[in-house]
Design a protein around this ligand. Structure first.
Ligand code: TRP
Length: 449
């Protein structure tokens, strides 16, 4: 704890942070959101929201982490010298835990689908069979459970290795692989007859579809996609070297995250349109619609294997960023070892994952507020906990942290981005709090739990 742990290299830092951001959110939510909400008009709005809201929030989380070298809970306490602010960190750690619980179930599905692709393959199966296979799989309860536990185990074995030898090493290998796979899938998609229709769905600008709600969903999506609002980037901030420029890093990551999201759409929709299937979103897009596409596509099995590998890689580099913040909290606050922290958190999250997997079995009693546990966690974290966490974080940096400290972090003691600092400071003090407060009020109004 006394000697500072940092990422080993610039490339490492970039892959680790990008690994956190690029995840299931990019693959199954963004392409569909964009396609259904005005195509490139949505992409432009999303880009503007990332630039003015998400990227400044990411920078603010980095500031909190790097200036204190503490986990989310400890960092808030150290900067504010007040116990109550550490609750914001604690809230983030709880959010992290809940997201990790249901995320590991979905990632587990990807593992099962890789297995299916290898053993039975997708080719030649009818739509009915594909649909019922997925439902049957979910309804066993134990099959998704085992897959989720395998996923949690793999995540734990990476995080146990620590920052440089665990998380950074694995991201440096997996992120370039992810880039290659997604570019490969995209190139293949160009050869499909539905390429143009797919592009049209994703890109055709339709500004008439843009409403306040579209903007709100763009903001919500950017938080989830850029891993904001729960102290994940506070934790990664502690490992960022002091020479690294935080605005450049956040900007680069924002662009990478958006590029992968758009590329995922380029890889997915040409196939969907080639075979005249209705595009869907969420789990159904990845685990029902796409297997159907693979069943009809030439070389669909190979495409399928690589696609689910892509989903798996995207998910595992994100899940380490959910486990690490909780572990750093336990290591520093309960003064225990990394191994013990990882084992402890993994055990508890396994229980949550088992409950989530079984909550999806038809007729399961594991329900909260009219939703099964899985959907409940998915909704409450995404729609409520992340925006609230982000709002508190931004108010903290804008009003409670020392301005000179923030300036030194953002400009690296006056070396870069000096002019941008005032703009950033105005944005986090006035613009974002107003927008996020409206966002939360709106959500509270429409949430029907
Ligand atoms: N960003 C990831 C995705 O797009 C998910 C994720 C990882 C996340 N860490 C997070 C979401 C922290 C919110 C907060 O799938």
């Amino acid at each position: 704890m006394n000697n500072k742990v940092t990422f080993g290299s610039k490339f490492g830092t970039l892959t680790v942070v990008a690994g956190s951001c690029i995840g299931l959110g990019n693959i199954w939510r963004f392409p569909y959101l964009a396609g259904n909400n005005g195509g490139s008009a949505f992409i432009i709005i999303y880009f503007l929201c990332s630039l003015t809201i998400a990227i400044p929030i990411m920078m603010s989380e980095f500031v909190i982490g790097r200036s204190t070298d503490k986990n989310a809970f400890g960092a808030f306490k150290e900067i504010s010298k007040q116990k109550k602010w550490s609750l914001v960190g604690l809230f983030g750690i709880l959010t992290s835990f809940l997201i990790y619980g249901f995320y590991s179930v979905v990632a587990g599905w990807a593992i099962s689908f890789i297995q299916t692709a290898f053993t039975e393959g997708f080719t030649g199966r009818s739509p009915m069979v594909i649909h019922s296979n997925f439902i049957n799989y979910i309804n066993t309860g134990w099959k998704p459970t085992i897959a989720a536990l395998i996923f949690i185990f793999i995540t734990a074995s990476i995080v146990i290795g620590g920052i440089e030898k665990g998380i950074e090493r694995i991201n440096k290998i997996l992120m370039p692989m992810l880039a290659l796979i997604i570019i490969g899938l995209f190139i293949y998609s160009i050869s499909l007859p539905g390429f143009k229709a797919g592009m049209d769905f994703l890109l055709r600008p339709d500004f008439s579809k843009i409403s306040l709600n579209t903007v709100l969903s763009a903001i919500g999506q950017s938080f989830f996609s850029m891993s904001l609002g729960m102290g994940c980037m506070v934790t990664y901030g502690t490992y960022i070297k002091k020479e690294t420029s935080l605005p450049s890093l956040a900007l680069t990551i924002g662009l990478m995250d958006l590029s992968v999201a758009v590329l995922a759409g380029f890889a997915i929709f040409p196939g969907v349109f080639t075979f005249g299937i209705e595009p869907t979103s969420g789990p159904t897009l990845v685990f029902e619609t796409l297997p159907l596409v693979f069943s009809m596509m030439p070389a669909g099995n190979i495409f399928g294997i690589f696609f689910f590998l892509l989903v798996f890689i995207a998910a595992i580099t994100s899940s380490v960023s959910m486990l690490e913040p909780i572990c750093l909290f336990i290591i520093q606050e309960l003064k225990t070892t990394r191994v013990k922290a990882v084992l402890m958190v993994s055990t508890i999250v396994s229980i949550l994952a088992i409950l989530c997997a079984f909550s999806q079995v038809e007729g399961s009693p594991i329900r909260l507020f009219d939703n099964n546990l899985f959907d409940f966690l998915n909704n409450i974290t995404d729609k409520f906990m992340l925006p609230l966490g982000a709002l508190l974080i931004i108010i903290f940096v804008g009003y409670f942290a020392n301005k000179e400290m923030v300036r030194n972090q953002i400009t690296n003691n006056g070396h870069s981005f000096n002019k941008t600092f005032s703009l950033y400071y105005i944005i986090i003090r006035y613009v974002i709090p107003v927008i996020l407060s409206l966002f939360i009020l709106n959500l509270l109004g429409i949430m029907k739990w």
